[in-house]
Design a protein around this ligand. Sequence first.
Ligand SMILES: C[S@@+](CC[C@H](N)C(=O)[O-])C[C@H]1O[C@@H](n2cnc3c(N)ncnc32)[C@H](O)[C@@H]1O
Length: 395
Amino acid sequence: MEILKIKEGDIEISIPENEKLSGKIPFFNPVMKFNRDFTIAIFKVKRFLDGLSACGALSIRLKKEAEDIEIHSNEISNETLKFLRQNKEDNNADIIIHNRDLNLLLNEDANFDFIDIDPFGSPVYFLSNVLLNARHNAIIGITATDLGTLCGRFGDACIRRYGTFSSKTDFDKEFGLRNLIGYIAREAAKYEVGIEILFSYYFMHYFKVYFRVKRSRSRTDETLKNLNFLLYCDISMSRKYIAFEDIGTENFCEQQQDEWGNKFKILGPIWSGKFADENVCDLLSKEVEEKTEQKILTLVKEEQNILVPYYDLHKFCKINHIQIKGTDDIIKITSFFKRSLKNPGTTVSGLRSEISKFDNFEIANENKFNAARTHFDGKGLRFNGDAKELLEILK
Ligand SMILES: C[S@@+](CC[C@H](N)C(=O)[O-])C[C@H]1O[C@@H](n2cnc3c(N)ncnc32)[C@H](O)[C@@H]1O
């Protein structure tokens, strides 16, 4: 077997050459560097479990880059374990290696203040045990790479694995992340555990969610308030959250049609709260170096004020037969409306020319709208109005 040496952060590790990206034994994925960077940056902790560690890239980097931390590195495959042991030795990294099924390990010792779970595919097989056993205030990092199922491409698999109704949407990546967080919250609630979301994001082929475990009945109830169904119409691209308690009420029956009388689909339940804490984004941005990582942090931070899933602007313009406008144009317009509200005396002359095409827009609506870009999609626009209001702005 050919061995390849890979450098990442302050370490160099060995991996088998032909199996670095795929194959039966998933040894190492260089694309997951951001995942490891954020995990290392996220918090200074004392006792860390790298639950599915493969060749040890995360564990060994963490030992080298963070001080005074007890690191446990667990890997079930004997073949992969050889590389983990070799890498530990080559890097002179004082980590504790386990060769266990993670679910068994978590039932014996989950007394860690950070547990990272980075499987190939879905994390559902490990969530029950980590949520049952992790201690109060522990930080949990969960990776998911089964994007097809989470994002609504495989409806049956989504029902089986996550117990949620899904469909193709124009905001599929956001649906996927909210679907995953919603599942974690419901799974946690079984054990009277609430979750405090620290930071989550989408990148290339995976989702990552970092949250804090809150062992408290009241925190569990509070967490569950962030779960909602989502009404979505793929004809008009209309979307709105609907609370659990509204299902079956008269109000709900009325809401089953969008602003144009089209029928809504019911998706979810999904997470409808913030998917990142803005303060954590600030903390992380002081720690990570790569430009792309900084960009993700800036966008994730900016988009937390608007919880309704983003609109695919190109698709929205296309279905409404209007000229495509850039996301930045719309943000300029909506932020202008906001500014004029804060300073009622502000004349519109500066921006008026830029937005002359929007003059027909009702002045009464000026204070209502907010817009932001999104890290999920370069042509995505977060907008706090409904589809009809967005159309008014774009026309
Ligand atoms: C995606 S890889 C982990 C990659 C690693 N975190 C990194 O940053 O390079 C998942 C690893 O989990 C291991 N694994 C799968 N099921 C396991 C289980 N039940 N218990 C422990 N390890 C397991 C696999 O052998 C594989 O090496």
